[in-house]
Design a protein around this ligand. Structure first.
Ligand SMILES: *Cc1c(COP(=O)(O)O)cnc(C)c1O
Length: 400
């Protein structure tokens, strides 16, 4: 195929997609067809360095041989049977998560939103069982993001996510992130839980202050309120620790995971302490596909690979390097107003619209993304090398 034909072919696919797909995404005009490590190729054969990783999903990069092998081997063995029965990969994955976290019990589902739905239901049921039926309200943070189902968009602290879907679920109170006094003012006898992301992702890559989280934990202990961490974006090594809560010297009572848990296969998980998880009994909650042998075998392989190759240690190291290089850019360019984040969950806030930069990077062979209109988000595979980071920094320097 000539270059001209390949271009026309790509345009044809994009037009066809726009004709038949619900218009829920404003897509960047590129058709990706293949990936390996941190590199993606489009249908025209152009290569790109990927600093999005499917939005903090493909932590081991694309087509990682161990992951591909685990996937094809399990696909030939057993894909699905239903949670009416026991399977080994699901049991092994749950055991791994319990062994490596504060959690005692795991519930599997298929997405981040579903994991948060499970957490909200568990927090409500926990107090129903303790004969406190009116204790159902959840304090959530302004600028948070917890998902797109009716329950989780109701828990999300951004009006634009809720627009057009009223009436939304009742029972959520919102306070500014990192404002302990606002939580003290809002918490009441009807509060069952406090829900937050240790680092807000979609909200602009904003970290919790350690003192804030420690105070939140203390307040929860004093009042018997449950603490729920949404680690859907921050979990699985992204911040340079397996879970972001490890940075803060505290533990939640409930934690939700998804995104990177199976490197791109759909999976969600909710972990909880024993005493809390006990509120879920047969019939309380369920998921047909939750934790199939296929996704859990892949997830187990992902977690073991992270461990064996010390990829989280690598993430912490290159994340520090990446952040330093972004801070250098800030010192050279007035349009950069802030650099934030932990590990390889990094954001660079601009005083202008970020989309033209995303577009310009794409034309130069770099995939990056933008949140909140003006904050570039960098969430590459955790295996990214310093030389690849240097190439992106050079490109951004030129464009800025
Ligand atoms: C992506 C994300 C979600 C939603 O996950 P889905 O799999 O898209 O439902 C929820 N919370 C956070 C923090 C996220 O980053």
């Amino acid at each position: 195929m000539t270059v001209e034909q390949a271009k026309m072919d790509a345009r044809k696919w994009m037009a066809q997609a726009d004709g038949v797909m619900a218009a829920t995404y404003k897509r960047t005009p590129v058709v990706f067809s293949r990936g390996s490590g941190c590199t993606l190729w489009d249908t025209e054969g152009r290569s790109y360095l990927d600093f999005v990783a499917g939005i903090a999903v493909c932590n081991l990069g694309h087509a990682h041989p161990a992951v591909s092998n685990a996937l094809s081997e399990q696909a030939r063995t057993l894909v699905h049977v239903s949670n009416l029965y026991y399977t080994i990969p699901q049991t092994e994955l749950a055991s791994w998560l319990v062994d490596h976290s504060f959690g005692d019990k795991v519930f599997f589902c298929n997405s981040g939103a579903e994991a948060n739905e499970a957490a909200i239901k568990l927090a409500r049921k926990y107090f129903k069982d303790r004969a406190e039926p009116d204790r159902y309200r959840i304090i959530s943070m302004i600028q948070s993001f917890h998902g797109r189902t009716l329950g989780t968009l109701s828990a999300t602290g951004q009006d634009k996510i809720k627009q057009g879907f009223s009436p939304i679920l009742e029972g959520f109170d919102f306070v500014p992130f990192n404002d302990i006094q606002a939580i003290r003012d809002k918490i009441s006898v009807s509060t069952c839980a406090i829900l937050l992301e240790p680092v807000q992702g979609e909200g602009g890559i904003r970290s919790a202050d350690p003192e804030f989280l420690q105070e939140v934990r203390r307040l929860c202990d004093e009042t018997g309120t449950l603490l729920i961490f949404d680690e859907i974006q921050t979990g699985i090594g992204r911040t340079g620790k397996l879970f972001a809560y490890e940075h803060f010297g505290i533990e939640p009572d409930i934690m939700t995971l998804a995104k990177a848990l199976a490197n791109g296969l759909p999976i969600g998980a909710m972990l909880a302490k024993e005493s809390v998880a006990a509120a879920f009994v047969p019939g309380s909650h369920a998921s047909t596909f939750g934790g199939t042998p296929l996704v859990t075998a892949v997830s187990l392989c992902v977690l073991k690979t992270l461990d064996q190759e010390d990829i989280i240690g690598h993430c912490a190291e290159v994340g520090r390097y990446f952040k330093e290089r972004l801070v250098e850019l800030k010192s050279r360019h007035d349009s950069v107003v802030d650099v934030r984040g932990l590990g390889l969950l990094l954001g660079m806030e601009l005083n202008t619209d970020g989309l033209p930069l995303v577009q310009a990077c794409l034309e130069k062979g770099f995939v990056i993304n933008c949140v909140q209109g003006n904050t570039l988000r960098f969430v590459p595979p955790l295996i990214v090398q310093k030389a690849e980071i240097d190439r992106l920094i050079h490109c951004l320097d030129g464009i800025l």
